[in-house]
Ligand binder design. Sequence first.
Ligand code: PXP
Length: 254
Amino acid sequence: MAEDGQKFLGRLRLGVNIDHVATIRNARGGIHPDPLRAAKIAADAGADGITAHLREDRRHISDEDIDRLVDEIDLPLNLEMAATDEMLEIALRHKPHACCIVPEKREERTTEGGLDVAAQHNHLAKYVGSLGDAGVRVSLFIEANPVQVAVAKALGAEVVEFHTGTYTDAHHAGDVALRDRELAKLVAAGRIAHEQGLEVHYGHGLTFDTVGPVAAIREAMELNIGHFLIGEAIFTGLDAAIRRMRELMDEARA
Ligand code: PXP
């Protein structure tokens, strides 16, 4: 639950990440299940945006998926991308509502940590600047750390998304002390980012069991959730999974 007297800064949006629909499709190399169909179901279930990560190795979402999402989905598209010239060219061609710049390593299973914007300031400046100049909202996916927040602000990003993976992993491992420490960091970083004029998002690894305390963070404006929803869809359907997530977010802010 929210702290007493806490006033939220706005309605918390839910961005549904559909990458892993494409993961299942690609396991057989065909056309089913179609991420575009998932995006349409997400829209009908109340998602506020669609998130898709076009990875350099195209292990899930393809270039054609991005073309079709841009052409056929009315919800805002949040394109997750590495800071590379190839991805910049694709982003500038499509001009999605937002681009979230994420770290990418070919050998990783998923985005394992936040972008070290402090160490990569000079490399990132061109990407943040070019996307911003093209009218694309730029989000930087970072760890909940005041130094990273300050550099994200200095780079000219409009949004920071805090990586919630350590918090969710600690929860699922039963390490309550670590979970609570990580949650406290996510809360504190949200406050600092908001004070600096950044919009605050959170994402990675969120589930029905872990979403509540993150949704209750006063400064949170958007959560991006994918893997759990697509997994849960196997058992209950995607529509029901998204509606339940939305309910839990709303309960946390009630
Ligand atoms: N936000 C960002 C920036 C991500 O890279 C990811 C994973 O692609 C997510 C949110 C969603 O994470 P998950 O699929 O674990 O819910």
